[in-house]
Design a protein around this ligand. Structure first.
Ligand code: GAR
Length: 199
């Protein structure tokens, strides 16, 4: 059965685009489909990319709203698309247990660092300023904490010789764009066993 993915974004949407490509003609073909893209920022360029591809793309604005009010609207928007998994791709909002418990072990995030080393936003800036020779991309499940959920997989990014933050980001994103779909594939095919990772 094809898994129904809802993708949550806040901006550019390059990871969403990469996953979309893989569902259409790559490693996620016949395994997963994107049923909706939701952004909490209405001007997010990723929404236009999704619309151009014929995918329902909604804005549920978070600005100026209490967290619970926003999350209620978000869950309402998602419900009619019956997603199997919620895929966070540059979604820059913390989700509270209210949402997390609604989709237990079904919310996945990509974080551009080793979550045990660096949590929160600005991970590439951190790697650049620390002068790291390598950093890691982490794909993990969302739990009640911020970037604390069980790790599904990690991949190393070689930063040797990177002289600018742009260079660091470019190398990191190149890894993110293939790695995220690979981990989603492995999760859907059972190669990565969520129950084993959780225990
Ligand atoms: C990506 O680098 C993603 O890993 C990061 O935001 C960027 C979104 O780019 N996510 C986080 O930092 C989450 N804490 P995109 O919109 O082009 O996919």
């Amino acid at each position: 059965m094809t898994a129904r993915l809802a993708i949550l974004i806040s901006g550019r949407g390059s990871n969403m685009s990469a996953i979309l490509h893989e569902t259409q003609e790559g490693i996620l073909k016949n395994l997963a489909e994107i049923v909706v893209v939701v952004s909490n920022v209405c001007s997010a360029p990723g929404l236009d990319i999704a619309r151009a591809a014929g995918i329902p793309a909604l804005c549920v604005p978070s600005e100026g709203k209490k967290r619970q009010e926003f999350e209620k609207e978000l869950l309402n928007a998602l419900a009619s698309y019956h997603p199997d998994y919620i895929i966070l791709a540059g979604f820059m909002r913390i989700l509270t247990p209210y949402v997390v418990h609604h989709y237990p072990n079904r919310i996945v995030n990509i974080h551009p660092a080793d979550t045990s080393q660096f949590k929160g936003i600005g991970a590439y800036k951190w790697a650049f300023e620390e002068g790291l020779e390598e950093t890691k991309i982490t794909v993990h499940l969302i739990d009640e904490g911020v970037d604390t959920g069980p790790v599904l997989a990690q991949k190393t990014v070689d930063l040797r010789g990177a002289t600018t933050l742009e260079d660091v980001e470019e190398r990191g994103l190149a890894v993110e764009h293939t790695f995220y779909s690979e981990v989603i594939r492995d999760m859907l095919t059972g190669k990565i066993n969520i129950q084993e990772i959780k225990s």
